[in-house]
Design a binder for this molecule. Structure first.
Ligand SMILES: Nc1ncnc2c1ncn2[C@@H]1O[C@H](COP(=O)(O)OP(=O)(O)O)[C@@H](O)[C@H]1O
Ligand SMILES: O=C(O)C1=C[C@@H](OP(=O)(O)O)[C@@H](O)[C@H](O)C1
Ligand SMILES: [Mg+2]
Length: 497
């Protein structure tokens, strides 16, 4: 007979090993929790649970199965509780954006995708700046206008780029309480430049504007060996001297010209820079400024400032958290933001379902909905046939264009247009500046004509022949509306959100 005590020693030793394995298992579980959190995955994934149970079934004799499955089931439940409650790294950090007047900022949204820290907007008047920086309300900050230079004297140490440009957009309070200032706008612009195809040493780049953002852009371009010419209204090289730099290969807009709500204005006619192959606009609202739309038309590479915004935030988050964040996250953040910011605009034949599908789509997305025709009827104080009869089509089109200019500069809305909005070429940039424009298609014999003055004076076939090319030119893609409105909405959600 074996001695009971010896056997108990064996059991105790095994328990000690199991306890050590348990600790290791929980450590791995916490790391899994961090990855899941970063990827937005739930802790419990039933598919994975099924897989594990099937695998365990192979690992013990049938007689041991019930007990072992129960035991591992309890282990996994404890692991899930642990994953739910394990604190995310940085969860206790208080970060935010420092500025004087912070209007709508995308930074809280972006940082929510990058880390678990809190992120607030800190509006501080100039006379309160020193107290705020010395105060205890924050651990890490992004800095914006007008403080990027003003915070430099408060820093005990600066990153090389912050030192070189005299501009700080990221501040962290270090363990010893002193402040470290960095310029991650430079990282952001480096990425934007790369997306635009880069610049070769000796190539000429025109930088529009001479303010803070321009200083950072210039420093990055010079570091890559570019010949930088700064164009500004009052500097040594003004806009009327551009022809002397017609050999420039790259144009960077570092002015706020064309930025919301001043949409539609361009700082420069790109035809004056005939050798240019790429245009980078630091503006990201609207997504396609007048400058970038012209670049598109001329067949040039064109990039807005959204990826720069996302990359400067990712690099700032690395400093807040003191750990690396996968560079691929920038593309994911940019994509999410771009989809959230842009309008979804429906165009297409009268009666194709723009109003019906648009309203439903907005409802599904929880977005604001605007129907151009309804909006005009409200303004006219009468329905569209009455307005057509009284004022004529030209007057209607003029009002429609003015309305599209207003609606087109919004963000994140669903907009149903009137079927004839493609008859005026000037409406195209208004619609496209900040939107995915979707051509809604429905069989011509299903289109109603009642209440539609244009449809009543012609046939759907003739109207379609007149307009099809314009619908194609104005749109980024199509959606088929021959099924139910629900099906059409699903198609659009799938492809465009
Ligand atoms: N997918 C669909 N299935 C059935 N009827 C539809 C569908 N889409 C639109 N309709 C109907 O067609 C008519 C015209 O739709 P509407 O949304 O007013 O078109 P639009 O705004 O493009 O002129 C409405 O009576 C609407 O209910
Ligand atoms: O096709 C057109 O020229 C028009 C279409 C109508 O809108 P729907 O497309 O919503 O019917 C309305 O804007 C107006 O009657 C002119
Ligand atoms: Mg309509």
């Amino acid at each position: 007979m074996e001695a009971l005590n010896d056997l108990r020693q064996d059991i105790d030793a095994l328990d000690a090993q199991l306890a050590a394995l348990y600790r290791r298992r929980m450590d791995v579980a916490a790391r899994i929790a961090a990855v899941k959190r970063e990827q937005g995955l739930p802790v419990l994934q039933p598919e994975r649970e099924r897989e594990i149970r099937a695998r365990l079934a192979e690992l013990a004799a049938p007689a041991l199965q019930p007990g072992m499955q129960a035991w591992f089931g309890a282990l996994r439940a404890a692991s899930r509780d642990w994953q739910e409650s394990s604190p995310a790294p940085g969860a206790s950090l208080r970060c935010g954006l420092l500025g004087e007047h912070l209007r709508h900022s995308y930074s809280p949204e972006i940082h929510a995708m990058l880390g678990a820290y809190s992120y607030d907007l800190f509006e501080v008047p100039p006379e309160g700046l020193a107290d705020f920086l010395h105060g205890a309300a924050w651990d890490g900050l992004n800095v914006t206008i007008p403080y990027k230079r003003a915070v430099v004297p408060f820093c005990a140490a600066l990153s090389p780029m912050a030192k070189q440009t005299g501009s700080v957009n990221t501040l962290v309070r270090r363990a010893d309480g002193t402040l470290y200032g960095a310029n991650t706008d430079a990282d952001g612009f480096r990425l934007l430049l790369e997306r635009g195809g880069g610049i070769a040493p000796g190539e000429k780049a025109l930088v529009l504007g001479s303010g803070g953002a321009s200083q950072t852009v210039q420093a990055v371009l010079r570091a890559q060996g570019a010949e930088v010419v700064v164009i500004s209204r009052r500097g040594p090289v003004t806009y009327d001297m551009i022809e002397q730099h017609a050999d420039a290969r790259l144009v960077v807009n570092a002015t706020p010209v064309g930025m919301y709500p001043e949409n539609g204005i361009s700082p420069l006619d790109l035809r004056r820079v005939p050798q240019c192959r790429c245009v980078l606009d630091l503006v990201y609202n609207p997504a396609r400024t007048a400058l970038l739309q012209q670049a598109d038309r001329l067949g040039l590479r064109a990039e807005n400032g959204l990826s720069m915004l996302a990359e400067q935030a990712r690099c700032a988050a690395e400093l807040f958290l003191q750990r690396p964040i996968d560079p691929a996250r920038t593309a994911a953040v940019t994509d999410t933001l771009q989809k959230r910011m842009r309008n979804l605009i429906l165009i297409g034949m009268p009666g194709a379902g723009k109003t019906t599908v648009g309203r439903l789509l907005a409802q599904r997305l929880g977005r604001d909905f605007f129907d151009a025709d309804e909006e005009l009827e409200r303004r006219f104080g009468c329905d569209i046939p009455t307005f057509f009869a009284r004022e004529g089509e030209a007057a209607f089109r003029a009002e429609e264009t003015a309305l599209l200019a207003e609606l087109g500069r919004r963000s994140g809305c669903v907009i149903a247009t009137g079927g004839g909005c493609v008859t005026r070429p000037e409406n195209e940039p208004l619609l496209r500046q900040n939107a995915a424009v979707i051509w809604l298609q429905r069989a011509l014999d299903r289109l109603p004509v009642a209440g539609r003055p244009v449809s009543r004076r012609t046939t759907p076939e003739a109207l379609y022949a007149q307009r099809a090319a314009a619908y194609a030119r104005f749109s980024d893609g199509t959606a088929d509306n021959n099924g139910t409105p629900d099906e059409t909405v699903r198609q659009i959600l799938e492809a465009w959100t």
